[in-house]
Design a protein around this ligand. Structure first.
Ligand SMILES: [Zn+2]
Length: 284
């Protein structure tokens, strides 16, 4: 049926137990900001034309079982340079003439999450709306966003990870860190964020006593970042909109986020200029 997103079969998915951690004096609930509203101002959507978006339906076969998703080609191509090239008739790819494309290596459940974001512009998901945060799902979505070259989605995943970590005061599991370091590129905002979550939250006992194996490369990154950070009194980067944007987001294709005046005074640039790396007093 044209215009309808379908998935023929659900794949089963095992969820690792997330690592909940003890509260820290520096983890107030006020930091759960309405990030998704801010993120919706991204140029990707702001520049979306309001006509000619629902003309053609293409079929994306996902996973080894070829689960079929029917999605509007114009929406896909507007969001993803990958799909724009695949379905561009000038390149003479078979996908352009057949109106279908196969992703055997992608999980259907991850692609379904992506399509939901594509049409709804948010990452609300029933599996994320529970006290135990499902970081693995967001990490997988980030990997898919990287494959599809969608900067706006990568940034939205960053914001959702921060929101979940602050809301539930938790951090990713050892298995999550393995996935992160096996499949996510070096120096990405997500890699930096997860390192910072472990540095700024009270995770020492968790790292020391967890029965599962942590990624060795992940622990090395934590150590190096700690050496750079310790003693500087820098503000917690993921609790400041401007620092979040500067450190974890990408804005090559999307519009720079807007920040509140209070956040702007806390930017690393401003602090560096005045050499005032001091912890910011928290709100009551
Ligand atoms: Zn940003």
């Amino acid at each position: 049926m044209p215009g309808r997103i379908t998935i023929t079969k659900k794949v089963s998915f095992s969820k690792p137990t997330p690592s909940t951690i003890p509260p820290t004096p520096n983890s107030p609930s006020r930091t759960t900001r309405p990030l998704s509203n801010r993120r919706q101002k991204e140029a990707h959507f702001a520049k979306t034309p309001t006509r000619n978006l629902f003309k053609t339906v293409v079929t994306i076969h996902v996973g080894p079982e070829r689960h079929a998703f029917q999605v509007h080609k114009e929406i896909l191509c507007q969001a993803s340079p990958f799909f724009a090239a695949a379905f561009d008739s000038d390149y003479n790819f078979s996908e352009a003439s057949s109106g279908s494309l196969a992703f055997p290596e992608v999980r259907a459940i991850d692609f379904e999450f992506f399509v939901q974001w594509l049409y709804r512009h948010d990452l609300a998901h029933e599996e994320l709306d529970v006290p135990k945060a499902a970081y693995f799902r967001l990490i997988r979505l980030y990997i898919l966003a990287d494959l599809l070259r969608i900067e706006a989605l990568r940034n939205d995943v960053i914001d959702m990870m921060i929101m979940m970590s602050e809301k539930w005061n938790s951090v990713p599991t050892p298995d999550d860190t393995m996935l992160l370091h096996d499949q996510v590129r070096d120096k990405t905002g997500l890699r930096k964020l997860v390192v910072d979550l472990f540095i700024y939250k009270k995770t020492d006992q968790l790292v020391e006593k967890h029965e599962d194996q942590w990624s060795e490369r992940f622990l090395r990154e934590i150590f190096c970042e700690l050496k750079r950070t310790i003693g500087t009194g820098k503000p917690v980067p993921f609790r400041n909109s401007k620092l979040t944007c500067q450190k974890y987001h990408e804005h090559k294709e999307t519009t720079q986020c807007s920040w509140s005046l209070e956040d702007e005074t806390d930017s690393e640039d401003d602090l560096a200029k005045t050499n005032q790396y001091k912890a910011k007093p928290r709100r009551p």
